[in-house]
Design a protein around this ligand. Structure first.
Ligand code: GRF
Length: 225
């Protein structure tokens, strides 16, 4: 009779914070459902009750919570309630996926090294909103998205992965956004996988490390390569 080898390693518990469509959440759900996924989605939190992403999570049997920021007098009070929800599932990683709230430095520090964000530009270029419009207006030839560890500054923090696309001469913001989104759906699950496998970390020096080596620049996935 052969011995049964049991692995005691649990999949990493991921919490995903959303506000809207949740297409990145969907990409993370799809990745988490693969047999070899090193992470599972333990909770999805939205600050908006009408976020389509909540339906995506419910369809996949993932617990959801809606926590509206309205009714909280301060950001800190809202985040205390957010932390109460998060603490119930003790996530190993938080993925911000279109979560349209600015977070306080205290919240960010609490989760430092355990919180990722995805932003639709090649950071450090174009932090903030309306990135696709701004890229077209500037006449850039390359655009994309960045997964980064979250630090206290808006849309900044050590970059991990970038997905790049070419800007076409007849692009409008919607068409460009759709191609960037395709890359987002590739790079976010990949970064989560690397983190869950213990390959990716934020060093105490504030630099991203992949397989123990500091990443001086993000890993690039080029849609046109
Ligand atoms: C994405 O463009 C992401 O980069 C940004 O917000 C958008 C969220 O889209 N942070 P979705 O809700 O994942 O479809």
């Amino acid at each position: 009779m052969s011995a049964v080898i049991e692995s005691h390693q649990q999949p990493l518990r991921l919490a995903v914070l959303i506000s809207g469509s949740g297409s990145n959440l969907q990409a993370l759900i799809d990745a988490s459902q693969r047999a070899d996924s090193p992470f599972e989605i333990a909770l999805v939190i939205s600050n908006r009750a009408d976020a389509l992403g909540l339906e995506r999570a419910q369809r996949a049997g993932i617990p959801t919570q809606t926590l509206s920021h309205r009714g909280f007098e301060t950001r800190a009070a809202y985040e205390a309630a957010l932390n109460d929800l998060l603490d119930q599932v003790a996530p190993g990683l938080i993925a911000l996926a279109g979560f349209m709230r600015i977070l306080t430095a205290e919240f960010v520090e609490h989760w430092q090294g355990r919180m990722l964000n995805i932003h639709p530009s090649l950071l450090p270029s174009y932090p903030g909103l309306h990135t696709h419009e701004r890229v077209i207006e500037a006449g850039d030839s390359v655009h994309g998205a960045t997964v980064h560890f979250v630090t206290a500054e808006l849309d900044s923090g050590p970059a991990i992965l970038q997905g790049r696309v070419r800007v076409l001469s007849d692009d409008d913001p919607a068409r460009l956004a759709a191609r960037v989104l395709e890359q987002e759906h590739r790079i976010y699950p990949l970064a989560a996988r690397w983190f869950a496998e213990g390959r990716l970390a934020l060093g105490s020096d504030g630099r991203t490390k992949l397989d123990g080596e500091p990443l001086d620049s993000p890993v690039i996935i080029d849609a046109n390569a």
